[in-house]
Design a protein around this ligand. Sequence first.
Ligand code: MF3
Ligand code: CO
Ligand code: CO
Length: 319
Amino acid sequence: MVKTKRNDPCPCGSGKKYKKCHGSSSPPAGQAAPASGGRSLVSSLLSPSTALRTRPRRRRAPILSAGERDGMRAAGKFNAHLLDLVRERIGPGVKLVDLDDFVREYTQDAGHIPACLGYKGYPKSSCTSVNEVVCHGIPDEYELQPGDIVNVDLTSIVDGWHGDQSETFLIGECSEEARGVTQCAFDCLYAGIEAIGPGSRVIEIGEAIVEIAHERGYSVVEMFQGHGIGKTFHTDPGVPHYPEPRAANSILEPGMCFTIEPMINVGKKGCRVDKRDGWTARTVDGKLSAQFEHTLLMTEEGVEILTQTEHGPRPGHRF
Ligand code: MF3
Ligand code: CO
Ligand code: CO
């Protein structure tokens, strides 16, 4: 998942940089002023010809050809198989770094690339987020304890294509609270998937997710969102997990690949990123957080899950 940074594509799907669009304090170009034909305040003050020339070009999410879709299918399949292998190894007493070493070695031995390793300076090949860690936990010497919940997030690059997914694992006997939030994150992922088809608006994902989370008394993290994915790890469209109004005009077209990866908190939705390592995001109140993620392909027929594991939970699963 990604934090929307100033130079990132805007989550609204405009294709403009966040800082030039909704990240700026002035109204976002092309969307804030429907009365002026969708032009921004600034461009509507200019002569029509200048406004046309200065309006940023809309960058769209990549639409994949049949061959490119097969590339994404292969990447998703490899990544899902790797997560099934992690499933066999995870449990009480397992060290996070040992899981990460396994992920790196298995991926490299297969001739593929762990996408996280070295990504924007990230030091490991996986993210392992324990209990109150929302996402981007860096594997360390910690040994998993009975009662922990841990999200393992893996991304592999196979022939240039990215497969990205995560699951939250329950370690030994877990509290009712731990099982409840894990169940909710899983159900939210599938609610997001089931809410969309070709031509859907991205906002429909967030609408479906908050409905379930709020009904069960949980909060939905807003600081990180899903993302377009392909040859690039994080690209358009941004996929907020709440009904961000600006996601209402972002359309999911056949041939687009993207992730849905809701992070659900027992307490407040707020997160803080660790100042020392620059990555680990924790809940502000120290309460539990859980997450599930799939890489998806929108086809002419509907959504295809590219990262389906063989042995992981399926819709209807009870944690
Ligand atoms: N896999 C994460 C995602 O779902 C991104 C992790 S980036 C890293 O988008 F650098 F922290 F590994
Ligand atoms: Co992702
Ligand atoms: Co991920």
